[in-house]
Write a protein that binds this ligand. Structure first.
Ligand SMILES: Cc1cc2nc3c(=O)[nH]c(=O)nc-3n(C[C@H](O)[C@H](O)[C@H](O)COP(=O)(O)OP(=O)(O)OC[C@H]3O[C@@H](n4cnc5c(N)ncnc54)[C@H](O)[C@@H]3O)c2cc1C
Length: 291
């Protein structure tokens, strides 16, 4: 598969130039970061009219800034950099990201970017699901300025997102949660290079007395055209100690919110059954991380 229609390749050095190029070429321009998913889009016939590639690697967006209230991750930060970030390695509340970074092959860790992972809007990727559990925001820039988009509102269907025509992703912002928070992620895959059959990320905020004050539960990997939230599982967890009984109830409850796809990787029934199992494992893993 090749992008045979491409006539121009740009490497602008600031956001303004990127936006001007997006304006100039309209639908025939494509942002490129690591380039690892272009073949995936070409093979699905999604890049047939692309005439200009805009490489954003020279914008200086390859950085992770940590403050007391948020972690800001630049769009061209490599997945491998995220994996090696000390906070991601050590902090329980970032556990879902740490777990998600265990799956991609080394070549992808060394060239795939955070912005590319999100912007692909592929429901089978892992990092976006972990970020949803952590209530992440996408930072976008376009001719009308910059804006933050809650990740839940960013995904708009299979390979579709809510970016405007001359907008691109400059980074991701994850708010630091108050109090005692833990998270975890688990993926089921057919082999080490494959996309998820199903994946689950959870984030739990616990009170000083050990009760769950807030729960966020997201599933991806063929559960829908975008990752899916499970309010039923979250309700089953809030107010409990997230003990064995609560985890069992959350596992039953998640089935209310799942209406997965059937494809060559797995049937809808199998995905549902595994969604329940993976959720219970992710919850146990998050609680173990907290202790
Ligand atoms: C063999 C293989 C294994 C993989 N395994 C995993 C896995 O285990 N877990 C997992 O989560 N993912 C996995 N992936 C997916 C991988 O994470 C993505 O391919 C990667 O993150 C995409 O980033 P990129 O910089 O290469 O994006 P690119 O390929 O450069 O771009 C992908 C898409 O995003 C758009 N884009 C990129 N950056 C921006 C931006 N800043 N603003 C707007 N649009 C943008 C591009 O226009 C394009 O449409 C795998 C991919 C491959 C090929």
């Amino acid at each position: 598969m090749a992008l045979t229609s491409v006539q121009s390749f740009y490497s602008p050095e600031d956001s303004k130039a990127v936006i001007e190029l997006l304006d100039k070429h309209e639908d025939s321009a494509l942002i490129v970061a690591g380039g690892t998913f272009l073949h995936g889009l070409v093979s699905r016939g999604l890049l047939s009219g692309i005439e200009a590639l805009i490489n954003i690697q020279k914008l200086g967006l390859n950085k992770i800034d940590i403050s007391s209230d948020a972690i800001n991750i630049g769009a061209t930060t490599l997945l491998g950099q995220l994996k090696n970030c000390p906070e991601v390695k050590e902090q329980a509340w970032l556990g879902a990201i740490k777990d998600a970074m265990e799956y991609p092959p080394t070549q992808i860790m060394n060239s795939g970017t955070v912005g590319g992972s999100i912007s692909s809007s592929c429901p089978f990727f892992d990092f976006p699901v972990s970020l949803l559990a952590l209530d992440g925001n996408v930072q976008a820039e376009g001719s009308s300025g910059s804006r933050d988009i809650p990740l839940e509102e960013f995904f708009a269907g299979l390979f579709e997102n809510s970016l405007g025509s001359n907008e691109f992703v400059t980074g991701v912002r994850i708010p630091v949660p108050a109090g005692s928070t833990t998270s975890a992620f688990i993926k089921m895959e057919t082999n080490a290079n494959d996309l998820a059959i199903i994946n689950v990320a959870v984030c739990l905020s616990m009170s000083g007395t050990g009760d769950c004050e807030q729960a966020r539960v997201f599933l991806g990997g063929g559960v829908g055209e975008s990752p899916v939230r499970s309010p039923s599982a979250e309700s089953a967890l809030v107010g409990t100690k997230v003990d064995e009984e609560a985890i069992e109830k959350a596992g039953e409850a998640v089935l209310n919110d799942l209406d997965p796809l059937s494809d060559h990787r797995a049937s809808a029934e199998y995905r549902k059954a595994m969604g329940k199992v993976l959720l219970k494992r992710a919850l146990a893993s998050a609680m173990q991380r907290l202790s």
